[in-house]
Design a protein around this ligand. Structure first.
Ligand code: ATP
Ligand code: MG
Ligand code: FE
Length: 336
């Protein structure tokens, strides 16, 4: 089964051709990061306008690199939520037009289901059930992946997403947007035990997260230094903040694996490419003999190959979207 997948939920215009859900024939990503960096974050209207300009070229490139034409395809998969509505609409309208013109079935994909499914691409043996820690720019979820397309969210953030915390702290120490990769890099030169930032627990909700406290603690620390006229060692702040976040993520994920007696863990989303998080989680899993999976960095951040992987399993489950498919900016995982 050959699927053309389209992703435009945020600031990446992406298209991919994926065979049987796990074999990526092409994965084309046109990133707008440089454009949004000027404003310190994603500007929704600019994102939509860029998607409109790029999307046909990105799709053509994906087909060319895969050496296929529309006639070779079995279905079109597209992200229809969650995300920025104007950005999503570009991909959805494009996917519908192609499906209509080429008489192909259309499959709507949840963006986070895509992030989770990225794990199937490089880990051919990975099958549900498993626990997945989803850590992206807008989401922090602990998910029980019960089967293909069947999810139960057992934990979520009460305030900021993990990626959001990285981006905000990066901005505070003057690193610019997007902050995650910059903190990752700077932290390598710092001491993770230099400053103690809080590890928040949510009462009576062992799998929930809260990152606004650690973010405020970093801001307070920076203000304190300024008031006292003390120099700030940015690398130590980055490393200590990163460790505080990683400790909580590892702790909660391992707890879920134990409690649910599903000894298989995966990570997904942009923050899953964080090198300290990968190391910490790997060590924790090795110690307990828990098989641990995570995608390559390029499959962690937004891309269309992951949407193709998710679309395949939705397609096999019989999921089909009509030509009235619309963008759903606040789409919940497991809903349709
Ligand atoms: P969502 O998927 O929740 O809709 P999104 O699509 O914007 O949000 P992703 O593309 O999955 O998010 O990930 C982007 C986020 O990942 C940003 O917050 C970015 O700072 C963070 N990120 C990327 N690389 C790293 C890294 N190496 N370390 C930490 N954070 C990172
Ligand atoms: Mg992005
Ligand atoms: Fe994403």
């Amino acid at each position: 089964v050959l699927i053309l997948a389209i992703e435009s939920s945020c600031d990446e215009t992406a298209a991919a051709v994926v065979k049987n859900g796990r074999e990526v024939l092409s994965n084309v990503i046109s990133s707008q990061i440089a454009l949004h960096t000027l404003y310190g974050g994603v500007v929704p209207e600019i994102a939509s306008r860029k998607h409109i300009e790029k999307i046909n070229y990105v799709i053509q490139e994906a087909l060319d690199q895969a050496h296929v034409t529309l006639e070779d395809l079995d279905a079109i998969g597209v992200t229809y939520g969650p995300g920025l509505v104007g950005a999503l609409l570009v991909g959805v309208a494009e996917a519908k037009a192609i499906a209509y013109a080429a008489k192909l079935p259309l499959v709507g994909v949840h963006h986070i289901e895509g992030h989770i499914s990225a794990n199937y691409i490089e880990n051919k043996e990975l099958e549900p059930p498993f626990i997945c820690l989803v850590v992206s720019g807008g989401h922090t979820h602990l998910v029980v992946v019960k089967d293909y397309g069947k999810y139960e969210i057992i934990g979520r953030t009460r305030d900021d997403a993990a990626g959001e915390a990285f981006d905000k702290v990066a901005r505070a120490i003057g690193l610019g947007y997007p902050g995650g990769p910059k903190i990752d890099k700077l932290a390598k030169e710092g001491n993770p035990d230099a400053i103690h930032f809080p590890r928040a627990k949510v009462e009576d909700a062992p799998y929930d997260f809260s990152f606004s406290g650690v973010k405020s603690a970093v801001l307070n620390y920076l203000n304190g230094c300024q008031m006292k006229g003390e120099p700030v060692v940015e690398a130590d702040v980055a490393a200590s903040f990163q460790k505080a976040i990683c400790d909580v993520l590892v702790d909660h994920a391992i707890q879920a694996v134990k409690d649910y007696k599903i000894p298989k863990l995966a990570m997904a989303g942009g923050v899953a490419s964080n090198s300290a998080l990968r190391e910490a989680m790997k060590t924790a899993c090795e110690k307990r003999n828990i098989p641990f999976y995570y995608p390559s960095p390029i499959l962690c951040t937004d891309n269309a190959a992951m949407i193709g992987a998710a679309a395949y399993y939705e397609y096999m489950n019989g999921s089909r979207a009509g030509l009235d498919l619309n963008a759903v900016p606040n789409l919940k995982l497991g809903e349709r």
